[in-house]
Design a protein around this ligand. Structure first.
Ligand code: ZN
Length: 145
């Protein structure tokens, strides 16, 4: 993993064989980045993606054990119990240009992965009973139409 800082933002480059989510979390700890918006492209050697079944309150996980392009990777870093927490979604494409997408549990980087990281002040997640998920804690309630 290597990175550059540009103004207040970071460009993170991951190497072949590195696990994407744990690398991203390690980067946030090492650079003292509590929260951020992240956006990336690159490729993976393998990945585990999830779909959350709200009725069962559980993910269905699917492993993709072959190289794919990261067409899009987007998400955020927030804090859960004072530790960085990554919520990353992605769209991957296979050699036939078929795409698959979902919640990224993990992935092993292929040729490279370039992630742009836009830090912000601390955002926190709390457990939500209704969904069974750690949801963003937002202090302001919007007026309904
Ligand atoms: Zn998700």
């Amino acid at each position: 993993m290597r990175y550059s800082k540009k103004e207040n933002n970071y460009i993170l480059r991951l190497f072949k064989g590195e696990e994407l989510i744990s690398s991203l979390l390690r980067f946030c700890t090492d650079t003292n980045t509590p929260s951020a918006y992240v956006s990336g492209i690159g490729s993976v050697e393998s990945a585990v993606l999830g779909f959350y079944h709200l009725d069962k309150k559980e993910y269905r996980w699917k492993s993709f054990e072959y190289p794919m392009e990261i067409v899009s990777l987007t998400g955020n870093i927030t804090q859960v119990e004072s530790k960085p927490f990554a919520h990353i979604h992605t769209v991957l494409s296979d050699p036939e240009f078929e795409t698959f997408g979902g919640h990224m549990k993990s992935s092993i980087v292929g040729a490279t992965c370039e992630i742009f990281i836009f830090p912000m002040s601390t955002l926190v997640r709390d457990f939500n009973e209704e969904t069974g998920l750690m949801l963003l804690s937002c202090e302001n309630e919007a007026q309904s139409c």
